[in-house]
Design a protein around this ligand. Structure first.
Ligand SMILES: [Zn+2]
Length: 196
């Protein structure tokens, strides 16, 4: 087999959930049927790896030091909503109920997977929440075991620093991931948020 093809197949295996067989299928497909797509993919990857960083304020992916949302003067800087992923942030944005800013954890506490407070950069979150401007922090992590544990941990940490902390209300089903819950339910849960 071609060395380059082998190299490509190995690289594709780095994607989550892709085993040797599917990596090989993808490589064959790109080289046989979609060379233009392959070139586009390689340019996009190269560019993204080079330019995408974490926003200095909210930690989400951004091409600029501070993302557009954090830079928006219309947002209420006294309110900070904590979510697990950029997808969750987008879900809350769609509800049009939140006028504050966000902090994106880029994950959740998961001792079984070896993800502890250090891996989530919670020190960055504490520094962000304790900037003296933030008045209320809303925990909008998922209603899964890990999401709940993460919310609890962060809540204790921030309350110890005198911050007002609330949690999305129970409109979101137990075990529910925000990404898959409809906007109306999330909007309701945001409006009915309760003290954590
Ligand atoms: Zn940001």
């Amino acid at each position: 087999m071609s060395k380059s093809l082998e190299f490509l197949t190995e690289a594709l295996r780095r994607l989550p959930g892709v085993g040797p067989k599917s990596a090989q299928r993808m490589a064959f497909h790109l080289l046989q049927h979609d060379r233009e797509g392959a070139a586009q993919l390689s340019r996009a990857l190269y560019q993204a790896v080079d330019t995408v960083h974490h926003c200095a304020m909210c930690n989400t992916f951004s091409d600029t030091e501070v993302c557009d949302l954090c830079a928006d003067e219309q947002r209420d800087r006294a309110l900070l909503c904590i979510v697990e992923t950029p997808a969750d942030q987008m879900m809350i944005e769609q509800t049009l109920t939140w006028r504050g800013l966000y902090f994106v954890l880029m994950g959740r506490l998961s001792p079984l997977d070896g993800i502890g407070p250090k891996d989530l950069h919670l020190d960055k979150l504490v520094a962000r929440a304790a900037d003296g401007v933030v008045q209320e922090v809303v925990l909008a992590t998922n209603f899964t075991n890990e999401g709940e544990a993460t919310a609890h941990y962060i809540s204790e940490m921030l309350k110890a620093r005198g911050l007002k902390v609330s949690r999305l209300a129970r409109g979101v089903p137990v075990g529910g991931e925000l990404e898959y819950v409809d906007a109306g339910t999330i909007a309701r849960a945001m409006l009915d948020r309760r003290s954590a």
